[in-house]
Design a protein around this ligand. Structure first.
Ligand code: BMA
Length: 355
């Protein structure tokens, strides 16, 4: 039988991307960055600019964008990126032959507050028969409309990896952890995929299931909706502890989880990825090669996506995960970039992932 994504009617380009992502597992790990083209540390909305490009001379191979607030009809997302600009970035990176993944910090449909408002009963309320099911469907309609508007220069739908209900085993989001049963989560997953795929007839999506840190394969799979409902599987991990001890802990944890993840992926014919990671402010000048690369480089995963370079807020708070010009880990990041199995745009463009 032909190996197809979980959408059996996926467009030709989506199926091609799916096969090429698998093929590329033997070549290396694509490097990704959230909101790479929109802003970085000290700048916003400068055409062509990217912190990855500033430091390495090359763009990432994977770009993450975020849908949060689309459900409210806002013109800008949760991180102030206009959806119209996002659409253009996505077209640009498709032209470059790079990979696109979308996340969605959707508000809590039961309380109207943010994604972090983990009110009990939210998941149950949006399942069919629940009081907020209609509202949830109207939100999915808005996501669907945005996705359908993603077309390349030949008007062909752009394939996108949709990373739904991320960090699903953590307790911080309303869909996470103890806030619903495994059964409810699986129902929510299947309902959402089926609504986008079968009701809205969208066929340009690959679906990514992703947890936060996990302890065992059983733990990882507790809420797994099944082979026929996912294409990419991954997890998110952040280094929270600084210094040597923090480095050791991160390396060991990431390495152990990547081993489990790649085994699960092999057993289920899925594409493994490190769907989100970071070490806030990268306060270590050799973290990229001495810690991250050591955790990653012997694992066959599709990509590793680092979170957004939001920069410094007026109050002096900083959020960034990648070096910018002059940041202490800049040189080491270039070394990381030069590692033979770390792939950025120059390599990936030549791979023709959509052809
Ligand atoms: C979080 C932080 C927030 C951001 C949110 C949604 O991890 O980066 O600043 O608003 O993701 O992208």
């Amino acid at each position: 039988m032909r190996d197809l994504p979980c959408d059996k009617k996926a467009t030709k380009e989506t199926v091609t991307l799916y096969h090429n992502l698998k093929k590329l597992l033997n070549k290396g790990i694509m490097f990704g960055h959230q909101d790479d083209l929109a802003y970085g540390v000290g700048w916003k909305y400068i055409p062509g600019k990217s912190d990855v490009k500033e430091v390495t001379g090359d763009y990432p191979a994977v770009y993450g964008f975020e849908l949060g607030r689309i459900e409210l009809d806002h013109v800008v997302n949760i991180d102030s990126v206009p959806f119209d600009s996002m659409r253009n970035y996505i077209k640009t990176v498709r032209d470059r032959g790079a990979v696109i993944t979308l996340s969605w910090h959707l508000n809590n449909p039961l309380t109207g507050k943010t994604a972090w408002d983990a009110a009990e009963g939210t998941v149950a309320s949006i399942l069919p028969g629940g009081s907020k099911n209609l509202l949830y469907k109207s939100w999915l309609d808005k996501v669907a409309a945005f996705i359908v508007s993603l077309k390349d220069k030949n008007s062909v739908p752009i394939p996108v990896i949709l990373r739904l209900f991320h960090e699903l085993n953590g307790n911080w989001f309303w869909w996470g952890g103890d806030h619903c049963t495994p059964e409810q989560f699986k129902q929510l997953w299947k309902f959402t995929v089926s609504y986008l795929r079968d009701t809205k007839n969208i066929h340009q999506l690959l679906y990514a299931y992703n947890t936060d840190r996990f302890n065992s394969k059983e733990d990882y799979l507790l809420k797994y909706p099944g082979t026929e409902w996912t294409d990419v599987i991954g997890f998110d991990i952040y280094q929270r502890m600084r210094g040597e001890e923090g480095n050791k802990e991160f390396l060991k944890s990431a390495d152990t989880m990547l081993t489990m993840l790649t085994e699960i992926a092999q057993e289920r014919n899925k594409i493994p990825a490190l769907t989100e990671f970071g070490y806030g402010q990268v306060p270590d000048s050799t973290w990229w090669t001495k810690v991250l690369l050591k955790a990653l480089d012997h694992h066959k995963i599709s990509y590793a996506l680092t979170w957004r370079n939001a920069g410094f807020s007026p109050s002096g708070k900083a959020e960034f995960y990648l070096p910018y010009k002059g940041q202490q880990s800049e040189k080491d990041f270039v070394e990381f970039y030069n590692a033979p199995n770390i792939l950025c745009q120059k390599v990936v463009t030549k791979e023709h992932l959509y052809k």
